[in-house]
Design a protein around this ligand. Structure first.
Ligand code: B12
Length: 213
């Protein structure tokens, strides 16, 4: 069973908009049972439905409360996938993944951290609104091969550039991956002056990078 099948997706979305966590988790459990690829589940079901929730909210078709409930359900469902995520054999390679200061959209970054785990890396997920000083200390402590930074809101770009400056000056060779919806319609040009930084547009592209590294 593929989540991109329209009928599965529509059934899931209807349950999500009703706030029916039980039904949503049953659909996810069925998909996991059918050995659906985690990446496919993340993008074809969770991401697709949250983008649609965003559009409905933007067009005033649903309330902020419905959107918040859908977000909370989605976050809780990610943990259903954990047995699959953490069962991969691990090496000692790692990534530190965070949302920059004032960035509260954390679901995408959490998926990114899970993808590190699925590929046998340790994915240290620091969550939303990460203060710069603490992020720098965590990077110094974990010494990850890669740092992943997530940016959904374009006006948070100055926060991201501050992190890039600070990480790069502390450790010029540190590889940094940047992603998120702030770049959906362009904006990655601002990253051009950081030779250690690359914009990654999707989980598939990220997986290819992790496998190549
Ligand atoms: C839920 C939500 C919220 C929640 C977030 C809670 C949470 N726990 O995460 C809350 C209520 C906090 C929120 C607040 C706001 N939001 Co909001 N929100 C959303 C919504 C509906 C869903 C977000 C989501 O989870 N998407 C699903 C995830 C999986 O997708 P994703 O983030 O794109 O991640 C994928 C890729 O981008 C990529 N990726 C992401 N990060 C990274 C990092 C790396 C390294 C890599 C490799 C890849 C990668 O991988 C992921 C998997 O494929 C979106 C709608 C939408 N289109 O997404 C709006 C949306 C993101 N929000 C928006 C806005 C404007 C706001 C507010 C300013 C609203 C307001 N007026 O207050 C505030 C800003 C808060 C802040 N300072 O951050 C806009 C952003 C527009 C923009 N680009 O500038 C959107 C797009 C809605 C819209 N259409 O206008 N929001």
């Amino acid at each position: 069973m593929e989540p991109t099948t329209d009928s599965v997706y529509r059934r899931y979305l209807a349950c999500l908009l009703k706030g029916d966590r039980t039904q949503c988790s049953e659909i996810v459990a069925e998909l996991l049972e059918a050995k659906t690829d985690v990446k496919e589940l993340y993008t074809g079901l969770f991401q697709r439905s949250m983008y649609e929730v965003g559009e409905l909210w933007e067009r005033h078709k649903i309330s902020v409360a419905v959107e918040h409930l859908a977000t909370a359900i989605t976050e809780s469902l990610l943990s259903l996938v954990y047995p699959a995520v953490f069962s991969a054999p691990h090496t000692n390679r790692s990534g530190v993944i965070a949302c920059v200061a004032n960035e509260y959209h954390q679901i995408g970054a959490k998926m990114v951290a899970d993808l590190f785990e699925l590929n046998g890396w340790h994915g240290y997920f620091l969550g939303a609104n990460m203060p710069l000083g603490d992020l720098i200390r965590m990077i110094a402590d974990k010494k990850p091969e890669m740092v992943g930074l997530s940016l959904a809101v374009y006006s948070n770009m100055p926060s991201l550039l501050k992190v890039l400056d600070a990480v790069t000056s502390a450790s010029p060779e540190q590889r940094i991956l940047v992603g998120g919806q702030a770049f959906r319609w362009g904006g990655s040009g601002a990253l051009g002056e950081y030779s250690n930084t690359v914009y990654v547009s999707s989980l598939s592209e990220l997986e290819a990078l992790l496998r190549e590294a």
